[in-house]
Design a protein around this ligand. Structure first.
Ligand SMILES: Cc1cc2nc3c(=O)[nH]c(=O)nc-3n(C[C@H](O)[C@H](O)[C@H](O)COP(=O)(O)OP(=O)(O)OC[C@H]3O[C@@H](n4cnc5c(N)ncnc54)[C@H](O)[C@@H]3O)c2cc1C
Length: 377
């Protein structure tokens, strides 16, 4: 019997565990994978998340490994239409930190292990949760054998296909979008340095972000679902839409993704709370999903502590749920705007849109507002 079971040892579950362990709570993290997740999905860490990482003492490690993106450029028709500086968005971290999710998760895992070497249980797949009103028992499988864990509270951070969410029968508001993208990491030969660049091409947007080790991530909107999908197509599309040559031999990651959003009706059911992608899936365009999950954890930690100290937390839980669902809905709307701006357009509307972006970018109040929205402030 421990205080809290965290189901899922992704970036959100690990961060949640670290917050609670640091406050003296006994925690077990149950993670089905035996080793680290190999794919680097998220790369952008926003200022509020870096502030939160300070709380568990890992901000410095993250910043030491990442690239500080202090500026975003909107490029169209071969010229810079707008520059967005992140200088004014935060006193502590006036940038978006670019670091592959694999490294972020590794740093969080190390932090959890330092706080309690016995906290993370890998190779444990949770099949069922049973809430008897006084405690929660997780029925799981580890190495082919059935195992059980019992706790006062369960926090499910088990991702977009959440077993716990399905088992609770939590209703979900779902939306599928027509957009799909191909993303790949390559050696950086652009000269953009630490700047992010959005190429507003008529054929569809191309996003380009710096990565550590002089690499860059490229994300290209597919012309229509079903076309494109290999390194050659990606490199050719980058050249056609941006004029930039990327070396296909330097490709180190390639991934194609479609876009959906999901938002649960309830994050809290009895003694179980859903957080991270298990509670809300957001389009990766705009890079908010992981950050949103961390901020769920920041909001939930004091409520869990109060509950473990015997306080009645009904009102706090309702406020937590309402606040985090509203934040997820805001992030989903923001990503819809980002996706809409990147869709292909015929020549006339394309040039009108780019002129509008250029005009808006020249107004410092608008520029500052977009920078704050973009960095989740
Ligand atoms: C292409 C792409 C790019 C992205 N870029 C960004 C970005 O730049 N910035 C950003 O903020 N977000 C981004 N995201 C979103 C981000 O990757 C997710 O929001 C983030 O991974 C969510 O973390 P999580 O811990 O909630 O879930 P996950 O990372 O999915 O972790 C869930 C964990 O639970 C484990 N698990 C699942 N079921 C069980 C079970 N039954 N028992 C035990 N363990 C279980 C899984 O093995 C997994 O380790 C991107 C996503 C994609 C697809």
């Amino acid at each position: 019997m421990v205080d809290v079971l965290v189901i899922g040892g992704g970036p959100v579950g690990l961060f949640m565990a670290a917050l609670l362990l640091q406050a003296g709570v006994s925690v077990r993290v149950l993670e089905q994978r035996t080793g680290a997740e190999p794919h680097s999905r998220a790369i952008g860490l926003h200022p509020p998340s870096l502030d939160a990482m300070e709380g568990i003492g890992v901000a410095r490690d993250l910043v030491a490994e990442g690239v500080q993106i202090r500026r975003g450029l909107a490029v169209g028709g071969g010229r810079t239409l707008a520059e967005m500086s992140f200088a004014g968005v935060s006193d502590s971290y006036p940038y978006v930190l670019s670091l592959p999710q694999t490294r972020t998760a590794a740093i969080l895992e190390q932090c959890v292990r330092q706080l309690d070497p016995a906290a993370l249980h890998r190779g444990v797949r949770v099949k069922h949760l049973n809430d008897d009103g006084g405690r929660v028992t997780a029925e799981a499988v580890a190495g082919g054998a059935a195992v059980r864990y019992t706790a006062a509270i369960a926090i499910a951070a088990d991702g977009v296909r959440s077993t716990v969410r399905s088992q609770l029968g939590t209703p979900v508001r779902a939306k599928d979008y027509p957009d799909s993208y191909l993303m790949g990491d390559f050696a950086d030969t652009t000269g953009f340095g630490p700047d992010a660049a959005l190429f507003l091409a008529a054929a569809g947007i191309v996003e380009s972000f710096p990565l550590p080790g002089n690499h860059r991530r490229w994300v290209v909107r597919l012309a229509e679902s079903g076309t494109g999908g290999d390194v050659r197509w990606l490199v050719d599309s980058i050249r056609q839409r941006t004029g930039i040559d990327v070396d296909p031999a330097s490709n180190s990651m390639l991934s194609r993704f479609g876009v959906r959003s999901r938002l649960v009706h309830r994050m809290v059911t009895g003694r179980t709370v859903l957080i991270g992608d298990a509670a809300h899936e957001i389009s990766p365009i705009g890079g908010q999903g992981m950050n949103l999950g961390w901020l769920d954890a920041v909001a939930l930690a004091p409520v869990v502590l109060a509950s473990l100290h015997g306080k009645h937390v009904g009102v706090q839980l309702r406020d937590f749920e309402a606040g985090r669902k509203a934040a997820a809905a805001r992030a989903a709307r923001q990503s819809e705007i980002n996706m809409a701006l990147g869709r292909p357009l015929p020549a006339g509307p394309w040039s009108l849109r780019n002129r509008a972006i250029e005009a808006a970018g020249a107004v410092s109040v608008v520029n500052g507002f977009v920078a704050r929205r973009f960095t989740m402030q």
